[in-house]
Design a protein around this ligand. Sequence first.
Ligand SMILES: Nc1ncnc2c1ncn2[C@@H]1O[C@H](COP(=O)(O)OP(=O)(O)O)[C@@H](O)[C@H]1O
Ligand SMILES: [Mg+2]
Length: 256
Amino acid sequence: MIELRGLHKTFDKGSAPVEAVRNIDLTVARGSIVSLIGPSGCGKSTLLHMIAGLYEPSSGDVIYNGRSVDSVNTATGYMTQKDTLFPWRTVRDNVALPSELAGKAKADRHRQAADILGRVGLDGFETRYPSELSGGMRKRAALARMLIYRPETFLLDEPFGALDAQLKLAMHELLLRLWTEDKQTILLVTHDLVEAITLSDRVIVLTRRPSRIILDQEIDLPRPRDVQNVRFSPRFKEIYDQLWDFLRLEYEEERL
Ligand SMILES: Nc1ncnc2c1ncn2[C@@H]1O[C@H](COP(=O)(O)OP(=O)(O)O)[C@@H](O)[C@H]1O
Ligand SMILES: [Mg+2]
């Protein structure tokens, strides 16, 4: 469904061009969850931006559903570590903003927002303001705002990075529930190897900048997965150790 072919991105910053992504080839099957993991600054966000059609590749192609991406890819929803909720709007009005811009009637907007807020576990919080929500609830609201576009692909850029361990687990559970219901294709950038293995069908390890793929590891843990306990299974540990061997090299070289 998503195919990156000989993808390359160099930022031309005056006299010192920055080569962020070098020759990436990657195919992502529809409905799969694929994590990208690698040192910070290696080009992961740049890669997601190219899939979203926000950055143009310097060379190579992003093929999405058989067509080359050459403008904003509206089939994708983007979520980052920062939530971008408007503080002066209620949760409901934040989530319903796209339908408001599309000119939908108020009653329809409210119904749609209530439905989506229910899916992410925020029923009853429609008329609250973002400042009244906990960190985990704000994450849920941000997720709801992405869901209202009904994206068939989620591009998640370290979305749960700032959450504490318990909230992270709750978000993992929620994400896998949404995925079980709708089978979105999910590309997840993360620093957290446990998170990557827990959620994914494949984990891709990238080198430091310019990023290339050094490992493409299938995660053959059975589903449905118990996000709380899957990490204690022997197979999980095997996969973790294998991946960490590759990842460690990249982080060690980063420190030299
Ligand atoms: N819009 C931009 N203009 C210039 N350089 C950029 C831009 N976006 C990213 N870069 C550079 O590209 C490299 C990779 O960045 P990024 O994709 O954000 O890394 P990551 O997400 O893996 O931490 C960095 O050196 C960064 O400074
Ligand atoms: Mg990034």
